[in-house]
Design a protein around this ligand. Structure first.
Ligand code: CA
Length: 507
């Protein structure tokens, strides 16, 4: 029997696939991440079952949907007595570690379990000189978070018991809000980044949820998001402009002539003549800071791959790169995630394993983050426990699509009353061609909004004819057969995984 493969699982936080050059977004270069695609497989249809940090991480660890692992929102922390993939791998002979972002809760009921070594950021963590909780002890580690997490990961690899296979979860904080680049990368991207064609979306022909969401670059970004401070005596009367006030939103006034913004690091002053100039500035500032933090992640992945090469580990190590969900980079005018719209729903997923994957492959099948745990156990030659709801996609790595592969991804967002972003709760499915979403926005009404009974709405998108998701065709007579079929697929999926529907049953 051949030796069990090592597994290095590298996960970023909020890294949209568009910001990895091998996905063809054309907005940055990520040579080390691209190397994984060149030497392994790129998945174009990997989806998150709940497009926010904490629930995604729980789904990945446990191989179950959020109504089963009970981590449905940012505020519901994991019960660490639940079984998880690290516990199974450890029982199966692996040495296990998690380093970096955890975001599943703290204290003895929520801290990492199943790991021989763990060193994690509390909560969201800091970009500079982060505090880490290492095996229960709080320490402060000097340096930039992405470098700190990489250094600790490589140190653990160096010190590990070489007689055992290893499972390393290396979880970056970057590129999470508020996007603080390493000082050496502050001047990257001097040229403007292309603006997405849906940046000025008017949200017509869509559910109410799109129009009322508070995640617009123009209106909802804060001073801290963009590394700015407001001058003393600025346009917000009665409030002192200090670093403490940077969590306020930057105004988007009709008369911008009085608005001056200052770079918090360099002191550079920006002034504006028009709203258009201001929103253009916000977009460029956001994208550049975001992409600069990703430059450090790419460098980190390069260091890990180099370590594996130098220690003769590359052939027998599965290397995965992914993100806990996608992210809006100006599409529909948005930043953030939460929605089942494609930019936040799709996760990047690159995997290299020379023993089973031909170089340069691209997989178009639908996989989901709930599938990761089962796949790792399968690759490790271990049995997949029956409580896991995800399916192993190991055959897809070999270039084989099993006859019963469903190609359906299920998403459910539960944070009904999220005040920051006002994202409506919803669920739905996507297959290769269509996406069906049910918005139910349980019990939450935005003050002043005229909902007129439109709280509960369906959306259907034809992903082939309308990849930008601008036209809800749910009521289009030409799509009534598709509506019936997709609703049946949704009902089937919810019954299969045991989630409770909110939509009316069709007789
Ligand atoms: Ca995230």
């Amino acid at each position: 029997m051949s030796r069990q493969p090592n597994i290095v699982f590298i996960m970023a936080d909020d890294h949209a696939s568009k910001a990895i050059s091998c996905y063809g977004g054309g907005i940055n270069q990520t040579p080390h991440l691209d190397r994984l695609a060149e030497e392994g497989m790129r998945f174009d249809h990997c989806y998150v079952t709940n497009s926010i940090c904490t629930p995604s991480r729980a789904a990945i660890l446990t191989g179950t949907y959020n109504h089963v692992n009970c981590v449905s929102t940012l505020d519901t922390h994991i019960n660490n007595r639940l079984p998880n993939v690290a516990k199974h791998l450890r029982t199966g002979g692996y040495q296990t570690a998690i380093i970096g972002k955890w975001h599943l809760g703290e204290g003895e009921d929520h801290e990492p379990t199943g790991f021989d070594f763990w060193s994690v950021l509390p909560g969201q963590g800091e970009y500079f000189d982060p505090i880490m909780i290492e095996m229960g002890e709080e320490i402060e580690v000097p340096g930039y978070a992405t470098d700190v997490i990489t250094d600790k990961s490589l140190a653990w690899l160096e010190e590990r018991d070489q007689s055992k296979p290893f499972f390393l979860m290396c979880h970056h904080k970057a590129p999470h809000r508020e996007w603080e680049p390493h000082p050496k990368n502050r001047n990257l991207f001097q040229d403007d980044v292309n603006i997405p064609e849906t940046f000025d979306d008017d949200y017509k022909n869509r559910a109410m949820a799109a129009a009322v969401a508070k995640m617009r670059i123009k209106d909802d970004m804060t001073y801290a998001d963009l590394g700015l401070v407001q001058p003393e005596g600025g346009s917000e009367v009665g409030e002192r402009a200090t670093l403490n006030s940077t969590r306020r939103k930057i105004p988007n006034p009709v008369d911008v002539s009085g608005l001056r913004l200052i770079d918090k690091d360099t002191g550079e002053v920006y002034t504006f003549k028009t709203n258009e100039q201001l929103s253009h500035f916000k977009y460029q500032r956001y994208l550049k800071r975001y992409l600069r933090t990703i430059a450090s992640i790419d460098e980190s992945v390069g260091r890990v791959l180099e370590y594996l090469d130098d220690h003769n580990l590359s052939d027998n190590t599965i290397v995965v790169y992914t993100s806990d969900q996608g992210f809006f980079l100006g599409e529909h005018g948005w930043f953030d995630k939460r929605f089942m719209y494609e930019e936040s729903f799709q996760m990047p997923f690159l995997v290299r394993y020379p023993g089973e994957i031909e170089p340069g492959e691209v997989c178009k099948n639908v996989i989901c983050n709930v599938d990761f745990a089962a796949t790792f156990l399968d690759l490790a030659g271990l049995s997949i426990p029956t409580y896991m709801q995800g399916k192993s996609f190991r055959p897809l790595l070999n270039g084989t699509t099993p006859d019963n592969w469903s190609d359906v991804a299920y998403h459910r967002y539960w944070m009904h009353r999220d005040r920051d972003h006002n994202a409506y709760s919803h669920y739905g499915i996507r297959n290769q061609r269509y996406k069906l979403i049910y918005w139910y926005n349980e019990g939450y009404h935005l003050p002043g909004a005229n909902h007129g009974g439109e709280d509960r709405e369906w959306e259907l998108f034809d992903c082939e004819k309308d990849p930008l998701e601008l036209f809800n065709v749910y009521a289009d007579t030409a799509y009534q057969g598709v509506v019936i079929d997709m609703t049946a697929q949704l009902d089937k999926k919810m019954a299969e995984i045991g989630d409770e529907p909110e939509h009316p049953t069709v007789p």
